[in-house]
Design a protein around this ligand. Structure first.
Ligand code: 5GP
Ligand code: MG
Ligand code: MG
Length: 189
C-alpha cells in the first residue's frame, strides 16, 4: 500500500497552529476500533448512523476498516447555540431513511464536546425501538465526561481547544484536511 500523503495542502498554509493527530494516528486508531466493533457485533446486523456533516470522514474510513457487512445511513441535525457552543436544543434537518425498529444502531460521530447534541440524538433513536444504540466517536473533549451518555468507542481524548480537519469545520472550511489540528489564533479574528 502506498504511504499516506504527508504534504499539507497549499490552501491551509499558515492557518494551522498545531497538528494534534496525523493521518497515521487516525487510521491506526480506526483500524483498532474496527477490530473491537467486529468482535462486539459478531453475528449481528449493524446499521452505522452518521451525523452530518462532521462524521463523513470517520464514516468513510471506519466503515472501510471493517471487513464485514454494514449498512450506512445519515442524519442531519442542527443544534441551536451561540457560536461554537451547543445548547442541546436540536432540530432534525434530515432524518434516517431506515426504520431502525429491532436494529443494532451504531452512531458514528466526529466529536463530542458537551455531549448535549448526542444525548438528544440517543434518546430520539431509542424512542424508535431499536435492538441497541451505541456510540462511536473519533474525538472526545474533557467536558463530555460530565454527561450521562455512555460512549462505547472513543478514538482519542483531546484537550478542550477548538479543532478542525478530518470532517470538522470552521465556518464550513477545513473539513477536507487529512489531519486534526488547531487553528492559528489569527484565523479567529
Ligand atoms: P456537543 O453537543 O457535544 O457540545 O457538540 C457537538 C458538535 O459541536 C460536534 O458534532 C461539532 O459539530 C461541534 N464541535 C464541538 N467541538 C468542536 C471542535 O473542536 N471543532 C469543530 N469544528 N466542531 C466542534
Ligand atoms: Mg457531530
Ligand atoms: Mg461545525
Amino acid at each position: 500500500m502506498a504511504g499516506f500523503r504527508s504534504v499539507e495542502p497549499q490552501h491551509i498554509d499558515g492557518d494551522i497552529e498545531k497538528v494534534l493527530l496525523t493521518e497515521d494516528d487516525i487510521q491506526s486508531r480506526l483500524a483498532e476500533m474496527a477490530v473491537e466493533i467486529e468482535r462486539d457485533y459478531a453475528g449481528k446486523d449493524v446499521l452505522l448512523v452518521g451525523v452530518l456533516k462532521g462524521a463523513i470522514m470517520v464514516m468513510a474510513d471506519l466503515s472501510r476498516h471493517l471487513s464485514r457487512h454494514v449498512e450506512i445511513d445519515w442524519m442531519d441535525i442542527s443544534s441551536y447555540g451561540s457560536g461554537t457552543r451547543s445548547s442541546g436544543v436540536v432540530r432534525i434537518i434530515k432524518d434516517l431513511d431506515t426504520d431502525i425498529t429491532g436494529r443494532h444502531v451504531l452512531v458514528v460521530e466526529d466529536i463530542i464536546d458537551t455531549g448535549l447534541t448526542l444525548s438528544w440524538l440517543v434518546s430520539n433513536l431509542r424512542s424508535r425501538g431499536p435492538a441497541s444504540v451505541e456510540i462511536c466517536t473519533m474525538l472526545r473533549k474533557p467536558e463530555a465526561a460530565k454527561t450521562a451518555v455512555d460512549v462505547r468507542y472513543v478514538g482519542f481524548d483531546i484537550p478542550s481547544s477548538f479543532v478542525v480537519g478530518y470532517g470538522l469545520d470552521f465556518a464550513e472550511k477545513y473539513r477536507n484536511l487529512r489531519v486534526v489540528a488547531t487553528l492559528a489564533p489569527h484565523m479567529y479574528s
